[in-house]
Design a protein. Structure first.
Length: 287
């Protein structure tokens, strides 16, 4: 079945367009074909599952989106945004997709803060990307302010958009830079989901990641641990008394990251596992 042979019929109503898209996705082996088709129609229809006034232009846009999906592009990249912690986050080529595993970091941070969530905290997010960690924490900590740092200027622009989208733009500052270089002050909470893939492993990653996620957000150096070495050597001067550092890690990195941070004068407090049962977030404090 080709798009050209059926797209005129598919344009006649949103329900027919959705069924047509679902068939194409299913025939290509897409696991959640019906759900993806429904979400695409909702997206093109302004949030309605059965938008009125379905037009040939909208049907053509749906066909194009399905073509991109069949060519291997990740669904959320096509949609242009992804939910994280129940909040919407816009994507750009310079950012990773916010993924559920990273919610482990947010949950651990909020547990550590406890009643301090109501205090005027200062939060630092290193390698902010979409801003999902900082924006989510600010949404949960109504008196907090924060800074997100990213080496990519485009990522910083995306994060600013997401801060505005989620109502925290007045409490969030995003700046382009390399980790903590040129940064003053101390923070009650420092979080990071840094690049942690060993350079030599990137070529063997699933094509969905390798071909669509920015390498800058993936490549953690020869052994994947370069960012943690930087953190161990620089975060002491940025962490406030009683503050915590929470770092996302990759598979098999727990003990190495603990050792690196210990060498920088930090004590390991806790590890949190993601939904798959793998250590994902490490929590540190100063001696």
């Amino acid at each position: 079945m080709t798009a050209s042979s059926t797209s005129p019929d598919a344009a006649s109503s949103s329900s027919e367009a959705r069924r047509h898209a679902a068939r194409r996705l299913l025939q290509a082996g897409i696991e959640n074909a019906a759900l993806e088709a429904r979400w695409l129609v909702e997206h093109l229809g302004g949030g309605s599952e059965a938008p009125a006034g379905w037009t040939p232009v909208m049907a053509a846009a749906l066909e194009e989106a399905v073509d991109r999906r069949l060519a291997g592009e990740p669904f959320w990249r096509i949609l242009g945004e992804r939910e994280f912690w129940g909040l919407p986050f816009r994507l750009s080529p310079a950012t990773l997709e916010p993924r559920p595993d990273s919610e482990t970091l947010v949950a651990a941070a909020l547990d550590r803060l406890g009643a301090r969530r109501q205090d005027p905290l200062r939060i630092l997010d290193l390698g902010t990307g979409t801003g999902c960690l900082l924006v989510t924490l600010l949404s949960e900590c109504p008196a907090a302010t924060g800074i997100g740092i990213d080496l990519s200027g485009e990522a910083c622009e995306t994060a600013r958009t997401n801060a505005a989208l989620n109502g925290v733009a007045g409490r969030a500052l995003f700046r382009q830079g390399s980790w903590t270089e040129g940064l003053d002050g101390r923070f009650d909470l420092i979080v990071s989901n840094p690049p942690y893939i060993p350079s030599a492993d990137i070529a063997a990653l699933d094509a969905v990641v390798r071909d669509h996620d920015p390498r800058l957000a993936l490549d953690g150096g020869r052994d994947g641990l370069d960012p943690y070495r930087i953190f161990a050597g620089t975060l002491r001067g940025r962490l406030a008394d009683g503050g915590h550092v929470l770092l996302e890690i990759g598979a098999g990195q727990e003990e190495d990251v603990k050792a690196i941070m210990r060498e920088g004068g930090f004590i390991w407090l806790e590890s949190r596992c993601d939904l798959g049962g793998h250590p994902r977030a490490l929590i540190f404090a100063l001696h």
